[in-house]
Design a protein. Structure first.
Length: 618
C-alpha cells in the first residue's frame, strides 16, 4: 500500500459538513454526491439513505449519529460529514464543526429555515465557517425559493454573521432528482457538478499547523475486531500504524500511552487502512482503549491538549433503575443493576451531550440530556439490546442565578398548522405558561406560530398537538435560554386504573370496567398488583380487578351470551408513556413490552408515600 501523501498532495483536500434542519434532505444529498462522483457503480445495490446505517435512523427517517464519507472529484478528496438535524443530538453537531473548514447549509424550498437550521448555523457562524447555501426540494409544488433565500439572509444577519459570511453563494436544486444549478429553473442536465465545483472554489483547504502529530477525538465508536475507534481531524504532523502516541484530557492530564494499531480513512462508504495519514485529513485510529471524545491524541513530546468545543448543558433528566416488577426477567436477558450501570457509563463516554451520575443510594442512575427524543432513543436502543429497566418521568433541570432566583430552561417552539386550529393551540400553550411571540401566514391556508415556552410545559404536548390539529400540526423546538421560573403548570388531570391482582386480564372484566375509563391493555395481557391498566375518567386513582370472570349459572339466554365487544385500548408507545406518567409512576421497559406502573406496587405503601408528600408540601 502506498503512502497517502504520495497519492494526494495534502492541499488537494476539502473538509465540509452538511448541516440543516431534520428532514430537509441532508442524507439524500450525500447519496446523490456518492453516486455521481463514482463512489459506487451504476449497477451496485446500495440502500436508500446509505449514510443512515442505524436501524432507528432508518425507521424514524432521522440522522442520530454523525457519519463521515469521502468523495474524489477532479483529483481533490472531499471529506463530507453528515450531521444530525435534531437539537437533541446537538452535542454531535458542535464537535463535528471543529473538524471541517466549510459547511453546506441545506434549506427546504417550501419550509424555509426552521429552529434546528438556526441552531446549527449559529454554531457554524461562531466558528468562522463560510457557508454555502443550498435550497433543496425546489421541485415541490409549494416551493418558494426566492422568499426562502431572503429568510436565510435575515437569519444569518440575526445571528451576527460577518460581511464575508453574509456574502454566501447559493445553489438551487433537488437532491431527490439529483441536480443542482445557479437558479431554481435549472439547467438540470449537469447533475451535481455545480455543487462539486462550488465546494472546490469556495471552501478553503484545511489549515495545517506546524509541529508533531496531534488529533482531537470527535466521534467514538466500538468495533468488534478493532476495539475502540476514535475519529478526528489531524491538526499537525502525520500518523502511521504502530507509531507511539499518548492521550491527554482537556486539562492536559495524561490518560494513557500506547501505539496506534490501525490508521483508517473513509473512501466512499468504506473504511480503508492507510500506511500514513497527513495533517488536514479526517481519520480513525484504533488501538487506544481509553481515548474518547474531546481527548487529544498526540506524539509523546506534546504537552498541551487541543482546545475542545464546549457543549450546551443538558436540560432534562430521567432516573434509570432495575426493573423490580413481578414480571422482571421474563422478557429480557440483561436485567441487573451492574449491567445497566456499565451500559450507561459506556454511552456517556461516547456521547458528551449526556451527563450520567449514580444516585446516592447506588440503586439507580440519573441520565441528563438535551431532550425527550435523545433520552427516548437511548432507552429504545437499550431495550433492543435485551435490557429490562424501569424509567422515571422526565424532570427539568433548574438552576439559580447569583441573586438566588430560580431559573428554568425556556425553548423556542415553532408550530406550523392549518389556520382553523391556531386558536386551540394558542390556548393550550398559554395554559402551559408559553408566550406567543410571532404569528404569521405561511401560505396554503397554513400559519406559523412561534412561542417561548418552559421545557416542563412541553413534556407530553406532542400527542396533544396532533389531536388538536387533526394530525396536521408540525412542532419544532430549540433551547432558547434560562429564565425566571414561571410558576406551577397544570399536569395530567385524569387518574389511573390500577390492578389489584396478578395474572392474565379477562375480556369480561375489561368490558365491565369500560365505563370507568379507556383501557391500556388487551385481554390475555399479563398484569400484576400496582400495574396501571387504564385511565380513570375522574381525577383520583382507582383500584380495579381485571381478572374477574363471569359468574357461571345454569341459565342461558341469547342476550347474556352475546360476545364481549371491547373498545380498542390506548396504545402506549415509549415516548407517549414517558410523557404520560406522573412523579409517583414508572415506565417498565423490556424488549417485548412497555408497561406503566406505580412506583410503590403495594396500596398501603402508596398511601403512606402520599401522606408523607402531603406533610412535606404543607
Amino acid at each position: 500500500m502506498r503512502r497517502f501523501s504520495e497519492i494526494l498532495p495534502k492541499m488537494n483536500l476539502r473538509n465540509i459538513a452538511i448541516i440543516a434542519h431534520v428532514d430537509h434532505g441532508k442524507t439524500t444529498l450525500v447519496d446523490r454526491l456518492l453516486q455521481q462522483s463514482g463512489s459506487f457503480r451504476e449497477n451496485q445495490r446500495v440502500a436508500e439513505r446509505a449514510m443512515d446505517s442505524n436501524d432507528l435512523e432508518r425507521e424514524r427517517g432521522i440522522t442520530i449519529l454523525a457519519k463521515v464519507t469521502s468523495i474524489l472529484w477532479n483529483d481533490t478528496r472531499i471529506n463530507i460529514v453528515d450531521t444530525p438535524g435534531h437539537a437533541d443530538f446537538g452535542g454531535e453537531v458542535e464537535r463535528i464543526l471543529g473538524m471541517v473548514d466549510g459547511a453546506l447549509v441545506l434549506v427546504d424550498a417550501a419550509e424555509g429555515p426552521l429552529p434546528q437550521t438556526k441552531f446549527v448555523v449559529s454554531k457554524a457562524l461562531k466558528m468562522g465557517l463560510k457557508p454555502i447555501v443550498v435550497i433543496n426540494k425546489v421541485d415541490r409544488a409549494d416551493a418558494r425559493p426566492t422568499e426562502v433565500v431572503n429568510e436565510v439572509f435575515d437569519l444569518f444577519a440575526a445571528l451576527d454573521a460577518s460581511e464575508e459570511q453574509l456574502d454566501f453563494p447559493i445553489l438551487y436544486g433537488s437532491a431527490k432528482e439529483g441536480w443542482m444549478a445557479a437558479s431554481p429553473e435549472g439547467p438540470k442536465d449537469k447533475g451535481m457538478r455545480p455543487l462539486f465545483d462550488l465546494v472546490l472554489e469556495h471552501v478553503a483547504p484545511p489549515h495545517v499547523e506546524e509541529g508533531p502529530f496531534r488529533l482531537l477525538g470527535t466521534i467514538l465508536e466500538a468495533n468488534p475486531y478493532l476495539g475502540r475507534i476514535v475519529t478526528g481531524r489531524i491538526t499537525s504532523g502525520s500518523i502511521m500504524p504502530n507509531q507511539p502516541v499518548k492521550v491527554l484530557d482537556h486539562d492536559g492530564r495524561l490518560v494513557e500511552q500506547g501505539r496506534v494499531s490501525k490508521v483508517l480513512a473513509f473512501r466512499g462508504l468504506e473504511r480503508v487502512a492507510l500506511d500514513e495519514a497527513m495533517a488536514g485529513d479526517i481519520v480513525s485510529l484504533a488501538g487506544l482503549p481509553d481515548a474518547t471524545v474531546a481527548h487529544t491524541i498526540c506524539a509523546p513530546e506534546v504537552m498541551e491538549p487541543l482546545p475542545a468545543q464546549p457543549i450546551d448543558p443538558p436540560t432534562l433528566s430521567m432516573t434509570f433503575r432495575v426493573n423490580d416488577s413481578p414480571l422482571a426477567g421474563t422478557e429480557g436477558s440483561k436485567v441487573t443493576g451492574r449491567m445497566i450501570r456499565d451500559r450507561l457509563l459506556r454511552e456517556g463516554e461516547g456521547n458528551v451531550a449526556l451527563r450520567i451520575t449514580e444516585s446516592e443510594d447506588k440503586d439507580s442512575m440519573e441520565v441528563a440530556g438535551r431532550g425527550e427524543l435523545q433520552l427516548g432513543i437511548l432507552i429504545e436502543t437499550m431495550r433492543r439490546e435485551g435490557f429490562e429497566l424501569s424509567v422515571s418521568r422526565p424532570k427539568v433541570l433548574m438552576k439559580r442565578d447569583s441573586s438566588g432566583t430560580l431559573l428554568e430552561p425556556i425553548e423556542e417552539v415553532v408550530i406550523d398548522l392549518d389556520e382553523e386550529h391556531a386558536g386551540i393551540v394558542v390556548q393550550k400553550l398559554s395554559e402551559r405558561k408559553a408566550e406567543l411571540v410571532e404569528m404569521r401566514p405561511s401560505g396554503g391556508g397554513r400559519q406559523r406560530l412561534v412561542f417561548y415556552a418552559p421545557t416542563r410545559g412541553l413534556i407530553g404536548y406532542q400527542g396533544e398537538l396532533l389531536t388538536d390539529t387533526r394530525g396536521t400540526g408540525i412542532m419544532n423546538r430549540l433551547f432558547h435560554e434560562y429564565a425566571p421560573h414561571k410558576g406551577p403548570i397544570q399536569g395530567r388531570r385524569e387518574g389511573v386504573l390500577i390492578s389489584t391482582e396478578a395474572g392474565e386480564a379477562v375480556a369480561y372484566a375489561l368490558w365491565n370496567l369500560e365505563d370507568r375509563g379507556p383501557m391500556m391493555i388487551e385481554p390475555g395481557a399479563k398484569v400484576y398488583r400496582g400495574m396501571i391498566v387504564g385511565q380513570h375518567t375522574r381525577e383520583n386513582d382507582l383500584e380495579v380487578n381485571v381478572l374477574k370472570g363471569k359468574k357461571l349459572t345454569n341459565i342461558r339466554t341469547t342476550s347474556k351470551d352475546e360476545a364481549v365487544r371491547l373498545t380498542p385500548p390506548i396504545r402506549m408507545v415509549l415516548e407517549r408513556a414517558l410523557a404520560y406518567i406522573q412523579d409517583d409512576e414508572l415506565v417498565e421497559v423490556t424488549p417485548k413490552s412497555i408497561r406503566l406502573r406505580k412506583r410503590h406496587l403495594d396500596s398501603n405503601e402508596r398511601k403512606r408515600a402520599e401522606r408523607q408528600k402531603a406533610s412535606v408540601d404543607a
